[in-house]
Design a protein around this ligand. Structure first.
Ligand code: SAM
Length: 318
């Protein structure tokens, strides 16, 4: 691959896509796995930056006590499962259009069992998606090949920065703003300038037909100096060269939840720990916890008939 395309995945925030892929590979092979991603380890092996990272629980130094691949890895495994379930519920409710914002190396289009006619748009920076396509092509994965006997969704790759005119690129790729959409921003907003996040939420609203749903991960703040000294940050920097605290945007976060509510969306805010308790696996609170300010937000844009008080069931997360 040309070096410039490789570089976007091999450095900066692009490297976090490989980090999450490695965590998903490890999760796949845990005896008590919450999510299986057979593509993840291929991505990790294909980049020189990550080829030596662990992709199996038995390869993790220190096992579950490892702050990066243990607790944070479990967090990513839980997040994957919760958001898999969110998207599949949306598909079951009849939503045939999914948009993954900051899709990275997400392979949901290929690995989940979708209804016929499902379309999954994957938006990320050009270099990240070029790397992804290169690896998938080497695995001979066709966009609509059957995966474990179920039809895969049609993948539509949209190379765009969410700070630019990503909406134009999405519409040009075939997105239908008159049809309800399931949106997902997983592991994205914490890296964005607040104004980019505000614009992103506004654009999502404008492009969302009634009945659309949205899930996103928010980090309400980076916490006290003691939280920023949590071993997970030093371990991530030392083990894989990813300085998360330097990559997270440090400005005060915008009130995305309030913005959505102001535009008529209903929202449900959960902590990851809620889902740990629900699934019986995943991280629980710890002192000076780096995950304490993480929230998973589920929102839906009610149908007009619902707003008018007519009893029409709408999709709700939980
Ligand atoms: C932590 S990864 C998460 C990837 C994927 N959502 C997942 O959970 O596997 C963050 C992703 O956001 C993408 N990203 C960050 N800033 C972006 C921007 N301004 N425009 C588009 N993508 C961006 C990165 O390239 C990277 O793939």
């Amino acid at each position: 691959m040309p070096d410039n395309r490789q570089l976007e995945i091999d450095s900066g925030v692009g490297l976090t896509a490989l980090m999450v892929a490695a965590a998903r590979a490890i999760e796949t092979h845990r005896p008590d796995s919450l999510a299986a991603d057979p593509y993840a380890e291929h991505f990790v092996r294909a980049s020189a930056a990550s080829a030596a990272w662990p992709t199996r629980p038995q390869d993790v130094p220190g096992g579950d006590a490892n702050p990066l691949w243990g607790r944070l890895g479990r967090y990513f495994g839980l997040r994957t499962r919760v958001l898999d379930d969110f998207l599949l519920r949306a598909a079951k409710a009849g939503i045939r259009q999914v948009v993954l914002l900051g899709a990275g190396l997400d392979s949901r289009a290929l690995r989940l069992g979708w209804p016929r006619g499902q379309v999954v748009y994957e938006i990320d920076r050009p270099g990240v998606l070029a790397f992804k396509e290169h690896v998938l092509a080497s695995l001979a994965v066709e966009p609509s090949s059957p995966v474990r006997g179920v039809p895969a969704a049609r993948r539509r790759v949209v190379a765009a920065d969410v700070g630019d005119d990503w909406a134009g690129a999405l519409l040009a790729a075939g997105f239908d703003a008159n049809a309800p959409t399931a949106w997902l921003a997983e592991g994205l907003l914490l890296y964005l300038d607040p104004e980019v996040e505000r614009r992103l939420q506004r654009t999502i609203d404008v492009l969302s037909a009634e009945g659309s749903v949205l899930a996103f991960e928010a980090k309400l703040g980076l916490g006290s100096p003691a939280v920023r000294a949590n071993p997970v940050y030093a371990a991530t920097k030392a083990q894989i060269g990813v300085d998360l605290l330097a990559l997270f945007d440090r400005k005060p976060r915008p009130d995305s939840i309030g913005l959505l509510r102001g535009r008529g969306w209903s929202t449900t805010v959960r902590t990851p720990f809620d889902f740990t308790r629900q699934h019986g696996r995943g991280p629980l609170p710890e002192p000076d916890d780096a995950l304490a300010t993480n929230r998973w937000v589920f929102a839906d844009k009610p149908r007009q008939s619902h707003v008018l008080g007519v009893s029409v069931p709408t999709f709700r997360d939980c």
